[in-house]
Design a protein around this ligand. Structure first.
Ligand SMILES: [Zn+2]
Length: 184
């Protein structure tokens, strides 16, 4: 047994060998191999079987290869490719996150604008100095506004004052009256 071990050791001396996780080519081939074995359980394809055999052959060739710099170069190329893929994936998910945030912000802005359009008793103006949005009572005329955040004073002109419009309610009560009259 010891003799066999020594022979094996001498045989593998100076060869690339099995490097496990420190060789990216072996990792990629191992992953693809397992995936294809799983696929072939269902597909039973001769092409996949041939491909699996080729992968085994190539792995054996690399393990026994004495051209260690060439194999290490392959490892470096595949490693860089894996890192680039990871970076691209991370970049893509980051971009998606940013787009999601922008969509949410636009939705929020639309909701705020809708709410402000409904508010007939106030107008909304941005302070020209600090950008704060100020809610001001809708009173017709020229006003001087003091920003509570930065103390900036600026002029605001409001063209139309807000008037309570009871016409809708009045006509409804008038209708109610006339129908009750008709009933009597
Ligand atoms: Zn301000």
């Amino acid at each position: 047994m010891n003799g066999f071990r020594n022979k094996l050791f001498r045989f593998l001396e100076g060869r690339y060998g099995m490097r496990g996780i420190s060789d990216s080519v072996q990792i990629v081939i191992c992953c693809v191999y397992l995936l294809l074995v799983l696929v072939n359980v269902f597909a039973r394809s001769r092409i996949i079987s041939a491909l699996l055999l080729c992968m085994l052959g190539y792995t054996l060739f690399r393990v026994l290869s004495k051209n260690i710099p060439a194999r290490e170069n392959e490892d470096r190329v595949v490693r860089e490719w894996l890192f680039r893929m990871r970076d691209a994936f991370q970049n893509q998910s980051r971009q998606a996150e940013i787009r999601k945030g922008e969509r949410a912000a636009r939705k929020e802005k639309r909701a705020v604008e809708k709410e402000r359009r409904k508010d007939k008793e106030h107008i909304y103006r941005e302070c020209p100095k600090c950008g704060a949005t100020l809610r001001l009572p809708r009173k017709k005329g020229k006003h001087s506004v003091l920003c509570p955040r930065c103390g900036n004073k600026f002029g605001v002109t409001i063209a139309h004052a807000y008037k309570h419009d009871f016409r809708g309610i009045l006509s409804a009560s008038a209708l109610l009256k006339s129908s009750s009259i008709r009933k009597d």
